[in-house]
Design a binder for this molecule. Structure first.
Ligand code: PLP
Length: 393
């Protein structure tokens, strides 16, 4: 892969706009090869394929040209050797972890990770004697102390509720020192703003349902990383778990990638403006946005459209959410549309009274995804909702 010396956004734009594989009929867009199987012209070719004397597409649970095109492009964007498409972000997470872990192993995980990753560790993996230690990713000494004997260091930076951004390079170096494999959920930053493999991380995971797809029309995932680790996942997880990205979804992701860099710049600019204005608002107690919580850690060169804030007792959170017009109530993020999620519903209520599922997200927290509707219209929506939701009104 040619390396482009220009800035990261320009590099990403070039990779997503060009550098395609061969397209049928000189079409500017790759074809959707919507097939389950591929036929052989002769006995000999079939025999050679099964004996490993030649490589070609056989069955779409293993490889499919549209999916391969997406995987190749993701590997180039993340500056890794290889990548595998999955039918969801959670399939990419569970598939990667399952491929690497043994019964009785231990995982070290940063606190406040994506809730379903946490639930995977605390339910399914716990059943097989795999335990997880949660650490503050900003406390390198604590991570260093937790790592001896661990198989995996699981990272997410920034975390998708508390927005804690870590020194990913330093954490990857600690994993290497202790012989642990490092994994990171890079859904928030995307390869436009953070390429963890260049910082020493072994495997980079995405929920492609978010910015990579970018249009809220696809659930998908991807893992990119070191050739040997990706080969292990491809050999042990894809055929037997059967969690494989389909060609139509891969095509939607390839289409989403075309505009990823320009979308990320628009999300970044709009979200930063709203976050700064919210920080000045009388009823906002804290804004959790990596650019407002100190300087960005090394390797994080931009910020996305997802951030959160806490409000004081003067705001009726249900009334605030209901008063919003452009921000729709809904989970997920990364699409063109703006979204709002109250932690009261997703964390406090979902966790229940005696919860092992206490993610440390405060009840006064509200998360926003800033879409592409226009900064001033979105600000007017927020400002009006605050007026409506004031308890002293
Ligand atoms: C949504 C999400 C996931 C899970 O991805 P799915 O595609 O929904 O399975 C993982 N990590 C983060 C940070 C997410 O936001």
């Amino acid at each position: 892969m040619t390396d482009f010396p220009e800035d990261p956004v320009a590099r990403a734009q070039r990779l997503v706009a060009h550098d395609d594989g061969a397209h049928a009929y000189q079409a500017v867009v790759p074809a959707i090869v919507q097939t389950s199987l591929f036929t052989f012209p002769s006995f000999q070719e079939m025999a050679d394929t099964y004996a490993g004397r030649q490589t070609r597409n056989v069955y779409s649970r293993t490889t499919n040209p549209t999916v391969t095109e997406f995987e190749r492009k993701m590997a180039a964007l993340e500056q890794t050797d290889d990548a595998i498409g999955f039918p969801s972000g959670m399939a990419a997470i569970s598939g990667s972890v399952l491929a690497l872990i043994q019964p009785g192993d231990r995982i070290v995980c940063v606190r406040h990770v994506y809730p379903d990753a946490y639930r995977l560790f605390e339910t399914l993996l716990k059943k097989w004697g795999i335990t997880t230690t949660y650490v503050d990713g900003a406390d390198l000494a604590a991570v260093d102390a937790a790592l001896p004997g661990a198989r995996i260091l699981y990272l997410e930076s920034p975390t998708s509720w508390m927005m804690e951004a870590h020194d990913v390079g330093a954490l990857a170096a600690l994993a290497r020192k202790h012989g642990a494999v490092s994994l990171i959920d890079n859904s928030w930053a995307t390869p436009v703003f953070q390429r963890p493999a260049t910082l020493g991380v072994d495997l980079v995971l995405h929920s492609a349902s978010k910015y990579i797809g970018g249009h809220s029309d696809t659930v998908a995932g991807v893992v990119a990383g070191r050739a040997d680790l990706v080969a292990t996942i491809r050999r042990t997880i894809c055929p037997y778990i059967g969690a494989k990205l389909g060609p139509f979804e891969a095509w939607l992701l390839l289409r989403g990638l075309r505009t990823l860099p320009v979308r990320m710049q628009a999300h970044e600019a709009s979200a930063l403006t709203l976050a700064r204005r919210l920080a000045e608002h009388a009823h906002v107690t804290r804004v959790h946005h990596p650019a407002l919580m100190g300087t960005l850690p090394p390797g994080l060169t931009g910020t996305s459209g997802l951030f959160s804030f806490t409000v004081d007792d003067g705001i009726d959170i249900p009334a605030f959410c209901d008063a919003l017009d452009l921000f729709h109530l809904g989970v997920s993020w990364g699409g063109h549309e703006s979204l709002v999620v109250p932690a009261l519903v997703t964390h406090v209520q979902a966790a229940g009274p005696n919860s092992a599922l206490d993610f440390g997200v405060p009840a006064s927290m509200i998360r926003l995804h800033v879409g592409l509707e226009g900064t001033e219209a979105l600000w007017a929506d927020l400002a009006r909702a605050f007026q409506v939701a004031r308890k002293d009104r």
